[in-house]
Design a protein around this ligand. Structure first.
Ligand SMILES: [Zn+2]
Length: 370
């Protein structure tokens, strides 16, 4: 993560870079943003910048060995603390590696992700998360060690609001007596719930939410079409993580819908296909377009199933695509794809949506029968 990967946020970036260039960094810095905002990404980009051996133009280089290790989360002088499930004392050392690997994957894949995204990715879904007493012991131990490479040592704590009360003393102790050359980056999403022992000993950066345009362009750069990107950006109130989650939930829904539609076509359920076409005709233009666009994406990926690395789907969707590819010939899939493309352009020219949908269902049913 480099500063240039984070949309906007110039005032905070400038303040951070200047402090580092003048060697006037506060030993504890608190990045406060909405969840899914710029807080974590800024702390990561700042870590890269401080440890980069080839920085220029107010950013890390992104390519020196130090930058590459920070990017992968394996720099020996950057230490991570984050909410996780409790583990027994006796299992802590054995299981710690797995927890840290999950966090490394998370910061590379979802630098603006939400805690619930992390929990899902790490397999902690629906579990109680905290920064435990064992974590605080590790914190004290980490703080007491010398930096491995002789430069700064960075302790990055994501969501200190999750400190278990029994662990709170440790953070108080290390913030009160900070050893030389150790920097604490604390990233919070609920500043008001932090203990005064933390807030009174840290320099606060209040990071504003992203603008709607920034969120929308971020989603578009990740291949979401412009119209959908701006709808999710509007709903996400400046949180890229929230917008990403909304868009993936919408994809899940679209998938369930698409699968049900194909099943009705396959079984040639005339009455169901008629009511589907009616419901489609009554939905708004944006919803109509995104339903057909989703179907188009799935068919395109079906056509690519002999090139599995080109599909971006995982889990159930990937299985569906591979089964679909086995049952429907490439030639017919191609025809369905063309029909969908025609339907999308006809709708743009104000064709009757209900008729267009019913036509598609008939063509698809016919193809499944062959
Ligand atoms: Zn570098």
């Amino acid at each position: 993560m480099q500063f240039q990967d984070i949309p906007g946020q110039s005032p905070v970036k400038t303040a951070l870079i200047q402090a580092s260039e003048r060697n006037k960094m506060a030993h504890a810095q608190l990045f406060s943003s909405v969840e899914g905002g710029a807080g974590l990404a800024l702390a990561l980009a700042y870590s890269s910048h401080i440890l980069c051996t080839n920085k220029a133009g107010g950013d890390s280089c992104g390519t020196c060995p130090s930058c590459l290790r920070v990017q992968k989360g394996i720099h020996p002088d950057v230490h991570y603390f984050f909410p996780k499930t409790s583990i027994k004392d006796s299992d802590y050392d054995k299981k710690l590696g797995g927890f840290i690997q999950s966090f490394r994957d998370f910061i590379q894949e979802r630098p603006f992700g939400l805690l619930s995204d992390f929990a899902l990715q790490a397999g902690y879904e629906n579990k109680v998360l905290n920064i435990s007493k064992e974590d605080s012991r590790r914190l004290i131990k980490t703080v007491s060690m010398k930096s491995v490479e002789g430069g700064a040592k960075i302790i990055l704590i994501w969501m200190p609001e999750y400190f278990h009360p029994s662990a709170a003393n440790a953070i108080l102790k290390v913030l009160e007596e900070p050893p030389a050359n150790t920097l604490f980056f604390l990233v919070t999403h609920t500043y008001e719930s932090l203990m005064a022992t933390i807030t009174s000993r840290s320099l606060l950066f209040s990071i504003p939410p992203f603008s709607e345009e920034e969120v929308a362009s971020y989603l578009q750069a990740k291949d979401l079409d412009g119209e959908r990107a701006s709808v999710f950006a509007k709903l996400a109130y400046g949180s890229i993580g929230e917008a990403e989650q909304l868009s993936s939930e919408a994809d899940d829904l679209a998938y369930v819908e698409f699968r049900a539609w194909m099943l009705d076509c396959f079984n040639n359920k005339f009455a169901d296909l008629t009511s589907r076409a009616e419901a489609f005709g009554k939905s708004d233009k944006l919803a109509q377009r995104s339903t057909l666009q989703f179907a188009l994406n799935i068919l395109r990926e079906t056509l690519l199933t002999n090139e599995p690395r080109l599909t971006t789907r995982t889990g159930e969707e990937a299985t569906f695509i591979s089964n679909f590819g086995k049952r429907v010939s490439a030639e017919n899939t191609q025809k369905m794809y063309e029909e969908l493309n025609n339907a999308i352009s006809n709708l743009e020219r104000n064709a009757n949506a209900k008729m267009a949908h019913f036509h598609l269902s008939s063509v698809f049913s016919e193809m499944f029968r062959k």
